[in-house]
Unconditional design. Structure first.
Length: 329
């Protein structure tokens, strides 16, 4: 499971027009090299960063940014602690346990306003609210049991009345009728079902009390103190990239596919994922205050959700000071 755009460089000159012009006429700047650790394999999940890289949003702020691919064998936290990466993409449920073990992290930016976990079902027998899970078979990785338990606790559902079926992370068990629903991310298995001609229905856990910041950007306390200007420039480029992504998700998907031709990314899949990601990443809060913003109320709800997952978290985990400088300005 995965943990989550303006132009292309003249940009895939044969590609979508309308974006490439912005990559032209950039003034030359001395460049500081920094690395940004992604949380998973390259895909449209990070297309805002690709746009920032391709359209010069970082270059014009004096940064030469290397995007480090994540994946099952590339955890985010070690390169950020070691200084190999200035910033990384993680989630509260990964960062908080690391901090509890002594890691000097702060969350400085929240790119995904809603957690992407969903219960996915089919339109012929939809799961539309947590109470609909009673008596149903849910396919999921057993490692995600705390997630389901938290959802049940938040909504007064007896988890013992749900049949748990251990499954691999694929839509096949649902499409073949072996389960009634799947616990997954909004942007992957439902997209796979649509590509196969099915009609998935998704129930977003965030709409039923499961509030956990995902695709959060983390940095060390030392970097926040001593490399603040670089972090600010990195975040400003991200904001520019994701703002462009929102304006044209199809172009962002095309950029992603063309940027990584050896990965075998399917364009239609990437387009669907890009579209479904928008309501997770942008909200009334981000529209009013600026992309990456969060509120004290959302932090309090995150703390309560983390408590249900078995972790103690304090508001000190979040540091909004750089973001306040950016959006305040």
């Amino acid at each position: 499971m995965s943990q989550t755009r303006l132009t292309r460089r003249s940009l895939l000159a044969a590609g979508s027009a309308g974006l490439g012009a912005l990559a032209l006429g950039r003034p030359a700047h001395a460049q500081t090299s920094v690395a940004f650790q992604l949380s998973w394999l390259h895909s449209v999940q990070f297309a805002g960063s690709y746009i920032a890289q391709e359209n010069g949003a970082w270059a014009e702020r004096g940064l030469d940014v290397q995007l480090l691919q994540g994946g099952p064998n590339a955890p985010v936290e070690p390169p950020v602690i070691s200084g190999t990466a200035l910033m990384g993409i993680s989630g509260v449920d990964y960062t908080a346990p690391a901090v509890n073990e002594g890691a000097p992290f702060k969350i400085i930016f929240v790119a995904m306003q809603k957690n992407p976990f969903v219960v996915a079902s089919l339109s012929g027998a939809p799961i539309e609210r947590p109470q609909d899970l009673v008596g149903k078979r849910i396919g999921m990785a057993l490692a995600n049991m705390p997630v389901l338990q938290a959802l049940c606790t938040l909504n007064d559902v007896n988890i013992d009345e749900i049949e748990l079926v251990p499954t691999q992370y694929t839509a096949t068990p649902l499409l073949s009728g072996d389960v009634d629903c799947l616990l997954c991310w909004e942007t992957d298995l439902p997209v796979a079902m649509i590509i196969q001609g099915a009609e998935p229905v998704t129930m977003l856990l965030a709409d039923y009390g499961y509030e956990l910041h995902s695709q959060c950007y983390i940095a060390t306390e030392e970097s926040i103190a001593n490399r603040r200007d670089e972090l600010r420039a990195l975040l400003e480029g991200e904001i520019a990239g994701w703002t462009a992504y929102r304006e044209d998700t199809d172009a962002a998907a095309e950029l992603t596919v063309n940027k990584f031709p050896d990965l075998g990314l399917d364009l239609e899949t990437q387009k669907l994922q890009a579209e479904r990601q928008v309501p997770l990443m942008f909200s009334d809060v981000s529209d009013e205050n600026g992309f990456g913003w969060w509120t004290e109320e959302s932090v309090a709800r995150n703390i309560e959700t983390m408590k249900l997952l078995g972790f103690e978290v304090t508001p000190d985990l979040w540091d909004r000071s750089i973001l306040e400088e950016i959006h305040g300005a």
